[in-house]
Design a protein around this ligand. Structure first.
Ligand SMILES: Cc1ncc(C[n+]2csc(CCOP(=O)(O)OP(=O)(O)O)c2C)c(N)n1
Ligand SMILES: [Mg+2]
Length: 129
């Protein structure tokens, strides 16, 4: 399970995985950049630090083209049901499979913050999460 930037950073590893026919499913959560940086204090400085260009670094790369470049099994999924099916299919296949999960970065960030808020409220209320 990896993010899109980490995946792009280590693309050359796919050559080895393909050559050795390593049975591997790579799930790429793709929010077109480093979403984690939106949770750092620097994010609130926005344009003053050129946050998008220097920290979040959206790249606009179509990751399906990475799969075709390396001739790897690939599918894109857009909901949990599709993800479950893709994981089941990939588990039955030899070699490397890429399961691509494209997300909207803004929506992803707000969902994450909501989930953290719910978890914190549950802990504060003394419930198990
Ligand atoms: C080997 C290594 N290089 C660089 C970093 C710094 N780093 C932390 S998160 C990150 C980018 C994360 O972006 P992505 O993989 O798209 O995941 P997201 O935050 O969007 O979920 C980087 C470069 C690191 N932790 N380890
Ligand atoms: Mg990302």
């Amino acid at each position: 399970l990896t993010g899109d930037l980490a995946f792009l950073h280590d693309l050359s590893g796919l050559l080895l995985a393909r050559r050795e026919e390593i049975p591997l499913t790579i799930v790429v959560i793709d929010d077109d950049g480093g979403g984690i940086f939106s949770f750092l204090p620097v994010a609130s400085q926005g344009e003053a630090v050129d946050f998008e260009a220097l920290f979040r670094t959206p790249h606009g790369v179509d990751l399906s083209r990475v799969a075709s470049l390396f001739e790897l099994d690939y599918c894109a999924v857009h909901d949990v049901g599709q993800l479950e099916s893709a994981l089941q299919k990939a588990a039955g296949q030899a070699g490397v499979s890429i399961v691509h999960v494209p997300l909207d970065a803004t929506e992803n960030e707000s969902r994450f913050r909501r989930a953290v808020g719910v978890a914190c409220a549950a802990v504060e209320a003394g419930l198990e999460v």
